[in-house]
Design a protein around this ligand. Structure first.
Ligand SMILES: Nc1ncnc2c1ncn2[C@@H]1O[C@H](COP(=O)(O)OP(=O)(O)O)[C@@H](O)[C@H]1O
Ligand SMILES: [Mg+2]
Length: 139
């Protein structure tokens, strides 16, 4: 089951997992998981210390077709908000994130994988809140 499979990568109780979909993905599960693990790792690394991270997986309809939407929500930490127009560029790192280890490849790679799967990772920033989301076809 996807919940156990993803949560075993994270030894933290900061992630609130909300699995609201029982649908089966019509996609490459290993690649979907790679994106999710990347987004959750970033949320842990760049959020405010000890703050909660929400991972949600829910059913949506796009042009009358069922899809599962995955979202990762976190609060901004010391590194502040990344620049929207550069965020998915290869090797982009927020200048205030330089004190944390990283290569700036994670979101670029995740977006390339999303394209392979026929979807796009969206980024939203409402005040202190950051949301990354994408959706996948279901059977
Ligand atoms: N969940 C997040 N919250 C706040 N900032 C983020 C988040 N995810 C990514 N970022 C910002 O976007 C930059 C690029 O992320 P990424 O491509 O994963 O590279 P890396 O993690 O190696 O720095 C990060 O350096 C960070 O500044
Ligand atoms: Mg990263």
């Amino acid at each position: 089951m996807i919940q156990q499979d993803i949560s075993k990568h994270f030894e933290t109780d900061r992630i609130d997992f909300q699995f609201l979909s029982g649908n089966h993905l019509y996609s490459d599960y290993t690649l979907v998981k790679t994106i999710i693990v990347n987004l959750l790792s970033n949320a842990i690394k760049y959020s405010k210390d000890d703050s909660k991270i929400i991972f949600e997986c829910s059913d949506i309809q796009v042009e009358n077709k069922p899809r599962v939407k995955f979202s990762v929500v976190n609060l901004l930490g010391d590194s502040g908000a990344p620049e929207r127009d550069k965020l998915f560029e290869r090797n982009y790192r927020n200048s205030k994130a330089q004190n944390k280890p990283g290569t700036g490849l994670g979101l670029w790679m995740s977006q390339e994988i999303a394209k392979l799967l026929g979807t796009t990772i969206d980024f939203q920033n409402f005040g202190e809140q950051i949301i990354f989301s994408f959706d996948i076809r279901t059977k």
